[in-house]
Design a protein around this ligand. Sequence first.
Ligand code: CA
Length: 233
Amino acid sequence: MEKDEIRIIVVEDESDIRTLILHHLSKDGYSAIGAVDGEDGLKKAENDCPHLMVLDLMLPGMDGMAVCRKLRQNPVTKNLPVLMLTARGEEEDMVSGLEAGADDYVVKPFSNRVLLARIRSLLRRSGVFAEDGHDSKSMTVGEITLVPERREVTVNGKAVDLTTGEYKTLHVLMRRPGVVFTRNQLLDLVRGTLHAVTDRAVDVQVVGLRRKLGKAGSKIETVRGAGYRIATR
Ligand code: CA
């Protein structure tokens, strides 16, 4: 995945700090999205298909811990990696943050280098980001293998002939097994190859994919009221 395809949401009510973090993320090559409070963060986490959230613990209204719990309860955002920002010396905050489902934390005030290093390591741990051409490596889920370099999909070693829209949809799903994508997210991610502009266009791709993949098509799961995901194995 190209770095500028990696979307990071920064939830921080203090605008100076938020602006600074967004600035450093953009400068480092990421696509950075700001959120001013917990509710804004949750909405963007569901709609903008981010790869990671930087979440301040101290927020007006819903605090970082409550946001984290809500993320974990929603099938769409359940697996979103969360890096929590906590106050200096508040060990209790750090522990509660991790208990609420944060994946890592950084103590304020922090240097940009530390923040970027933690983000990088969390993205790598989550399988989103690898140093060396992660995206050109083949991916496998059950009997399905996708080789981006050759734009090739096989089931049990037999090549499957997909349309561009079907291929892109499968590619998006296979890059993040187990992650639920809403129809809108899928539409956004494969846009440019789908000619129709309604949610239904996504359903059409999925129907086509399932048919062409045969038995392995059941790996593409419908999550009722949410969207689609591919099984993890
Ligand atoms: Ca704050």
